[in-house]
Write a protein that binds this ligand. Structure first.
Ligand code: PLP
Length: 370
């Protein structure tokens, strides 16, 4: 049996999760100056919320009339809030994996709505929105984190009266997007934006704001799910209930970091460089292949790589953790594939990704030889 020498490179930071993700240590050091332990109605926290909202508005270059709302509960809460506060009668969904399925199943089962029109993809492929002329809401995930499928942002033709609602949780902050034509672009900050879980943000078009105000005025909506209420509080740089100030400060620091480096264009180039190195590696290695076969739909931020059945991917991951401190590269649990899934978010350093590839190559060779 051949002894393969360990790679000489080690990651400085071995966190490659697809959410939550790596938080940079510089972000942590800004916490000492954050207004922790202060009322969210008081000025220092409102200034922080204001800074986050302005920073995000600049980062995303919001089209005229668009506004940013925020609240507690993460993207999962937004699915429920949209079901109560935005969908009028019927939603249509493109489902590419577990996250887009959760929202589709929610609107489909809501007793106050008509059954949803749902088109489901074969796992690992892109699914365009279904034809649904009588739907008032068209929904899909920009980056389906469970499979690593990126859907083109502008693939849907909305008819008059239809709103396009995009779950951008794991890609917002990593792709250079142009939001004109998109009515709701929502996300949590613990993925591409490298902060922590628990908050949600939604970028709303004028048409979405008008719809939300009309729907919330016309039916009973639980206050936590009332987007009109959330927007009214957000305009005052407040939230309906107490937010995590730690999280807001982590996010504020990361948004500033992204903007100082060149914003979304810089982030996209950086993430494509990281994930591109993984896809190139997978295409050239006999025991690895990109799970998403169509290159155009491969996520630039969540790289899913299938490992040959002759090798147990669980064992490979365990060795990477034990010997190189590389963590959180398991596939989405329900997908159940012999796979690794690597978060290639803006906070990840190329050196660390190169170390991951070197160790992966080593572990595969070692396992194939055993
Ligand atoms: C992680 C994720 C969610 C859920 O986000 P939470 O903040 O945990 O509620 C929703 N959609 C996508 C695409 C995700 O990646």
């Amino acid at each position: 049996m051949v002894e393969y020498a360990h790679p000489s490179i080690l990651p400085h930071d071995g966190r490659f999760g697809s959410g939550p993700t790596k938080i940079r240590s510089e972000q942590l050091s800004t916490l000492a100056a954050a207004p922790l332990g202060t009322s969210h109605r008081a000025q220092p926290v409102r200034s922080l919320v204001g800074s986050v909202r302005e920073g995000l508005a600049e980062l995303f270059a919001l089209p005229d009339g668009y506004e940013i709302a925020l609240g507690n509960g993460g993207a999962s809460l937004v699915w429920e809030a949209l079901t109560f506060s935005l969908v009028q009668k019927r939603a249509a969904h493109a489902v590419c994996g577990e996250f887009s399925a959760k929202f589709a199943d929610l609107t489909d089962g809501a007793p106050h709505l008509d059954p949803s029109v749902i088109a489901r993809a074969e796992v690992g492929t892109f699914q365009p929105l279904p034809e649904a002329p009588d739907a008032d809401t068209l929904a899909f995930a920009h980056n389906e984190t469970s499979t690593g499928v990126l859907s083109p942002l502008h693939h849907a033709e909305a008819a008059p009266g239809q709103l396009v609602v995009v779950d951008a949780t794991s890609v917002a902050g990593a792709l250079d997007v142009h939001l004109a034509g998109i009515d709701v672009y929502y996300f949590s900050p613990q993925k591409a934006l490298g902060a922590d879980g628990g908050l949600w943000f939604a970028i709303l078009s004028p048409a979405a704001i008008e719809r939300i105000e009309a729907v919330c005025a016309s039916r009973w909506v639980p206050p936590m799910l009332d987007l009109a209420r959330a927007l009214a509080a957000s305009r005052k740089n407040q939230t309906y209930n107490t937010p995590s100030i730690v999280n807001l400060a982590l996010l504020d620091s990361q948004v500033r970091w992204l903007r100082e480096r060149g914003g979304l264009a810089w982030a996209e180039e950086r993430c494509r460089n990281l994930s591109g190195a993984l896809y190139t590696f997978a295409e050239s290695h006999p025991l690895v292949r990109p799970f998403v076969t169509e290159p155009a739909y491969r996520s630039p931020v969540v790289a899913t790589l299938d490992i040959d059945e002759s090798i147990n991917a669980d064992d490979v991951r365990a060795r990477l953790t034990e010997l190189a401190g590389i963590v959180d590269i398991a596939p989405y649990r329900k997908l159940g594939r012999n796979q690794i899934r690597v978060g290639c978010f803006p906070a990840v350093e190329r050196h660390d990704l190169d170390a991951l590839i070197a160790w992966l190559e080593w572990a595969l060779e070692d396992a194939a030889d055993a």
